[in-house]
Design a protein around this ligand. Structure first.
Ligand code: TYM
Length: 338
């Protein structure tokens, strides 16, 4: 058995492609952290159902998300890469966690409040309300120590910690209390057309979202059309210059150069130079990933085989944990027929 710390993270297959915020806020760290951690990466299809999905597209979006994980460097042999609905223990543990989660506590989750406000609170589903307890189940089933996410997920990981502690004190030591790992500098990438709103797969308009599977020319065009300001100075200032700051953050993530070094390198240059440099850096990284993802998607049977094997590996960890939980809360064990 590995003694490296267990890592768990996931993304929703709620679009055909991941966006650049998913890449910078999550995938980039996943790829590095899988080397030194015992890592598990999940395509959280059950979470995607918390907002309406087209049943004809969801399975394919799930494959596409998995292909993009692999194309971005997740190794499905070293790490475990699987689909959430393939391991029933996730929904089963989520139910148990629902029973120890306060209604008020769940009501305070800002993601729920934001998403419910967007659709109108009355049409938000109970599934959307229970999103965080399913996420807690994902994490707690695997004795996870570290959870690398963007900062919008911090509150959900806090709730997970509370639930783990609460369960342990009520029913006996069962869960490891996990910790969120958030890269401060790149924790939040903003929409290119609306640089005070988080970039999101579900943005109302596509123009400010950079998709990993966009054609390189489309990516470059979107970046070159990013909203900036009337000033000419290339300087990081989230309040006064959100558009320029966002471009500097993106460039920093793609070049590994700290923002102050980048600011220095643009002294005397204009926004056009900045945008061209960002576009070139993003395309240079995304183009080969896009090619690799499309290649993987040409052989769905092989991709499904990888996901099938990995689901077995996840199941082998999750199922015994679920059984312990069922025992701890006092459920009668199913008699095995002979
Ligand atoms: P999802 O698919 O909404 O987001 C996946 C990851 O991408 C990060 N992210 C961003 N980071 C920076 N800037 C942005 N604009 C941006 N948009 C998204 C998110 O923070 C996230 O890390 N609830 C999770 C999925 C999940 C999960 C889990 C994560 C389900 N179970 C267990 C960790 C552990 C989510 O936000 O998915």
């Amino acid at each position: 058995m590995s003694t490296a710390p267990r890592l768990f993270s996931g993304m929703q297959p709620s679009a055909d492609s991941l966006q650049i915020g998913n890449y910078i806020g999550a995938l980039l760290q996943w790829r590095e952290m899988q080397v030194t951690n015992d890592a598990i990466f999940c395509v959280v299809d059950l979470h995607a159902l918390t907002v309406p999905q087209d049943p004809k597209l969801l399975a394919e979006q799930t494959r596409k998300t998995a292909a993009q994980y692999i194309a971005a460097g997740i190794d499905p042999e070293k790490s475990i890469l699987f689909v959430q609905s393939h391991v029933p223990a996730h929904s089963q543990l989520a139910w148990i966690l629902n029973t120890i989660t306060g209604f008020g506590e769940a009501s305070r989750m800002t993601q729920f409040k934001d998403k419910a406000a967007r659709s109108g609170t009355d049409s938000a589903s109970v599934g959307l309300f229970a999103y965080p307890t399913l996420m807690a189940a994902d994490i707690l089933l695997y004795d996870t120590v570290v959870v690398p996410v963007g900062d919008d997920q911090k509150q959900h990981v806090e709730l997970t910690r509370d639930l783990a502690g609460r369960f342990n004190s009520r029913f006996g030591e069962t869960f490891v209390v996990p910790e969120a790992v958030i890269m401060k500098e790149t924790a939040r990438i903003y929409d290119l057309q609306n640089p005070t709103a988080k970039m999101s797969k579900s943005a109302a308009s596509d123009a400010g979202v950079v998709w990993m599977l966009d054609e390189p020319a489309v990516t470059a065009k979107k970046i070159k059309s990013a909203v900036t300001d009337d000033d000419r100075e290339i300087r990081f200032d989230r309040g006064a210059k959100p558009g320029v700051s966002n471009l500097l953050t993106i460039l920093s993530a793609f070049t590994d150069e700290p923002v102050p070094v980048l600011e220095e390198s643009f002294v005397g240059k204009g926004y056009g130079d900045l945008k061209t440099t960002v576009a070139d850096a993003v395309v240079a990284t995304f183009e080969p990933m896009r090619t690799r993802a499309l290649e993987l998607l040409e052989d769905p049977a092989e991709l499904d085989r990888i996901l099938g094997n990995n689901a077995e590996r996840a199941l082998a960890i999750a199922q015994p944990k679920l059984e312990t939980v069922y025992d701890r809360v006092g459920l009668l064990r199913r008699p095995r027929s002979r």
